[in-house]
Design a protein around this ligand. Structure first.
Ligand code: NAD
Length: 359
């Protein structure tokens, strides 16, 4: 059956990096990947054309797609829009909400070739391969009631940290299943010594565990998890946590790898439909100069093949091709180091494509 992929380049460096990722997708098609690829507008580019960051036509295409590849959205051009609902970021949030993308997968992988770019000692991070599974549509970021109001003569701000058993269970299952396919170790991160909501979180994880007897489940308080991530990050395989803890821990883990230009991500819904994007933003400071690192976006294609299209072999070939170009000493400016060859966005795309085709 022909599956559908929607490519949404977005703003800033988005079009430059998705162009390189699209070349890899096209190469996969010639290797037998049966997909139909469409493009659409989102973010500031969509606002300029349609007056909306997520036009109805884009949302319809997104709903019909098996997977979406997104570049990045936003930039100074739209920062002054007074109507906040028209801001580029709303396009991204609208996609997440409308597609029910509740599971955010954030791998933190340090390629041995780039270990010296990390802020930690190379021996602590070389070969690091963690998958952080963050709940994306619930928790304190969305809980009601919320607001700022006057109480006893002063303003009080409040939010609600809430998770239902079913919300915890569905993210738990995603994490257990991922752990089964990787190192079979799952660390659930909570604050069960203080917060009732995470006492329930821990209970639900424990309840699921017997269904995944091959996975070793452990629990860690979030403060300790933050500490362990910078002390001995290689102890982790898969980590699962709620929205806010996941937001913070996944960014900390990203920095262990040295460059934000290398990190892909996936956001999945119940039916396996997913949106795939680099972890970084639209980098307006370097947009249009042909120097952006396209590897996070190319690696997002590999994640798409693995998690939405079950094309494991092609996914592995892309990841191996990226490893090969790094071995060959090619670097974009953000990961440049002495003795290595600094290349442009499209030269990096050329090299990955050649390595992919040669494999
Ligand atoms: P950013 O990630 O865009 O950039 C941070 C720094 O990293 C910049 O110096 C940039 O040049 C560099 N960088 C990022 N990606 C790179 C790449 N692929 N290659 C080389 N260097 C790269 O974050 P920011 O500057 O805080 O935000 C810029 C814009 O992006 C804002 O409008 C923000 O709202 C938006 N943003 C979008 C997303 C998204 O679309 N998912 C995420 C974060 C930020």
């Amino acid at each position: 059956m022909t599956r559908k992929i929607l490519v949404l380049p977005g703003d800033g460096i988005g079009p430059e990096i998705t162009a390189q990722a699209s070349r890899i997708l096209a190469a996969c098609q010639t290797q037998g990947l049966d997909v139909e690829i469409e493009e659409g507008l989102v973010g500031g580019a969509a606002y300029d054309e349609h007056g909306e960051p997520l036009p109805a036509v884009t949302l319809e295409k997104a709903k019909a797609a098996d997977a979406i590849l997104l570049g990045a959205v936003g930039g100074p051009k739209w920062d002054k829009l007074e109507d906040l609902t028209k801001r580029p970021e709303k396009g991204l949030l609208g996609l997440r909400k409308n597609l029910g993308l509740f599971a955010n997968l954030r791998p933190a992988i340090t390629y041995p070739q780039l270990a010296s770019a990390s802020s930690l000692k190379p021996e602590l991070v070389a070969g690091l391969d963690i998958m952080i599974v963050r709940e994306l549509t619930g928790g304190i970021y969305f809980g009601q009631p919320r607001g700022i109001e006057v109480r006893d003569g002063q303003r009080v701000g409040f939010n609600t940290y809430v998770y239902s058993e079913s919300e915890i269970e569905r993210i738990g299952r995603v994490a257990f299943e991922l752990a089964q396919k990787r190192g079979k170790r799952l660390c659930s991160v909570d604050k069960a010594n203080v917060l009732e909501v995470t006492i329930l979180w821990r209970e639900v994880m424990e309840r699921l565990a017997p269904e995944y007897p091959d996975v070793e489940l452990s629990h860690m308080y979030v403060d300790n998890a933050a500490m362990q991530l910078v002390r001995a990050p290689k102890q982790f395989d898969v980590m699962v946590t709620g929205n806010m803890f996941g937001d913070i821990l996944s960014d900390a883990a990203a920095m262990l790898t040295g460059s934000i230009g290398m990190l892909p991500s996936a956001s999945l819904n119940q039916s396996g439909q997913g949106m795939y994007e680099p972890c970084h933003g639209s980098a307006p400071d370097i947009a249009g100069r042909g120097i952006a690192n396209p590897l996070a976006t190319i690696l997002s294609v590999a994640m798409m093949l693995r998690y939405s299209l079950s094309e494991f072999e092609l996914a592995q070939r892309i990841e191996d091709a990226v490893g090969k170009v790094l071995d060959d000493g090619l670097r974009t400016a953000d990961i440049a180091s002495e003795g290595m060859r600094t290349v442009s966005t499209s030269e990096m795309g050329d090299a990955v494509l050649a390595a992919f085709e040669a494999a």
